[in-house]
Design a protein around this ligand. Sequence first.
Ligand code: PEP
Length: 251
Amino acid sequence: MRKRIVAGNWKMNKTRAEALALVAGIKAEVAALGAAEIVVGVPFTDLDVVGQALKGSAVQLAAQNVHWAEKGAFTGEISAAMLKELGVTYVIIGHSERRQYFGETDETVNKRTKAALAAGLKPIVCVGETLAEREGGQMTAVVERQVRAGLAGLQGADWDQLVIAYEPVWAIGTGKTATTAQAQEVHAFIRQLLGVLAGAAAAATIRIQYGGSMKPDNAKDLMSQPDIDGGLIGGASLEAKSFADIVRGAL
Ligand code: PEP
């Protein structure tokens, strides 16, 4: 049985005071919701205070990116060890916004994923096709390329730490959610591919989240699909009640 995992991606939102208010609200809302893993992905500048605020709670802390080098002359970058020190457990890697605006490639996704794993962080690796790719009949080819290249070289226990987020780019922040059938189809495809890459036993345990305009009113249906093991939530994670309502959909 895969434990569902619901992760908020706050993106570049929330100053320190706003972050503390939101996390207090989330803690109050989800205190009794133990059946799913709950994660908040906060800006680098909020990691320290939010990490402190989450001490003793079941809510886990995620960063939104990580550099692949251990240290060195990489101005503006943050290493996996620096994140670990702040109590980070998960790190979102290869989000479509990073691919679109910041030159993220399958190769850099792979380097970040390996660096995260080497430091004991759990990667949430994002994949997903654009609307043009879907309409051009390239959906599965794109997702397969992103999964194969992004996860190249993972082995053994690495697979146990991995979470994949399938996020069709056309559904992110647009209010257009994939239908449950559309999402399940791709999730099943990814799981079958993981079987080839990691073996059947590992593939059966790796969590695959759906992301893309997941809201309280569609979360339960999406997460009741056999291969959808949770959600990566953007907009609806910026408010404690809507985030908690999505978590309730995972129970
Ligand atoms: C995201 O950015 O990961 C995301 C899923 O955003 P939204 O929920 O706002 O579509």
